[in-house]
Design a protein around this ligand. Structure first.
Ligand code: PGA
Length: 249
């Protein structure tokens, strides 16, 4: 059984006040033990979020990392630094990192390896643009992004990755993939995982991301190959995010 994971990616949003608000809300909320929840605030809030979420079941995540262990990389943060703040999950290859900051498959792969070496769980984000979907290249693009990372990983490392399918055209646009569209790509990802090892297809979690909201989460999460959500905009309002977490339980 794959335990659903709902991860809230704040991107470059939020504040210390919002961190406190989330800490309080999740301390009081009755979350089903059958759902895992993760909050992914910007770097400067990790320390405060670690403190605010202590005593709640909510895990902490980070939005990116630099694959180097240390050194002259002004503005960057290493995997070991994230681990010091109790970070469990780290996003890798988010489409905004790929398109705005030039992270290609090689850079994404190096970040996955570095995260794993530090004991973090990488959440590998994959997804096609609208142009690629319209050219019927969705599966080729998504599976290509997956293979660029998985081909280079040892079998035991592959088991420790979470995958997030995020169609780029659905991110922050309010235009969600239909449950059928999402399920079709998730099933293709799972078939590809099965070709690496049947056990991977059984156990790896594949999250959906892209305008997941309180009112569409349940039908997306009901799909057999969708094991949770990577939630951007709707993770900035505690009630909306809680509602999504509850619909996964
Ligand atoms: P969104 O973002 O929910 O605002 O579409 C999702 C993401 O980018 O992870």
């Amino acid at each position: 059984m794959r335990m659903p994971l709902i991860a809230g990616n704040w991107k470059m949003n939020g504040s210390l006040t919002l961190v406190e608000q989330f800490g309080q809300a999740f301390a009081e909320a009755a979350l089903a033990p059958s759902v895992e929840v993760c909050l992914i605030p910007p770097f400067p809030y990790l320390g405060a979020a670690q403190a605010a979420l202590a005593g709640t079941p909510v895990a902490l995540g980070a939005q990116t990392l630099n694959p180097e262990p240390s050194g002259a990389h002004t503005g960057e943060v290493s995997a070991a630094m994230l681990a010091e703040f109790g970070v469990r999950y780290v996003l890798v290859g988010h489409s905004e990192r790929r398109s705005l900051y030039g992270e290609d498959d090689v850079a994404v792969s190096a970040r996955v390896v570095s995260a794993l070496e530090a004991g973090l769980t990488p959440v590998l984000c994959v997804g096609e643009t609208l142009e690629q979907r319209e050219a019927e290249r969705t599966e080729a693009v998504v599976l290509g992004q997956l293979e660029a990372v998985f081909d280079a990983l040892a079998p035991e490392s592959r088991r420790r990755v979470v995958i997030a399918y995020e169609p780029v055209w659905a991110i922050g646009t309010g235009r969600t993939a239909t449950p059928e569209q999402a399920q079709a790509v998730h099933a293709a990802i799972r078939r590809r995982l099965a070709a690496y090892a049947p056990e991977l297809a059984e156990t790896l979690r594949v999250l959906y991301g892209g305008s997941m909201k309180a009112d569409n989460a349940a039908e997306l999460l009901a799909q057999p190959d969708i094991d949770g959500g990577l939630v951007g905009g709707a993770s900035l309002k505690v009630d909306d995010f809680l509602a999504i977490c509850q619909s996964a339980g």
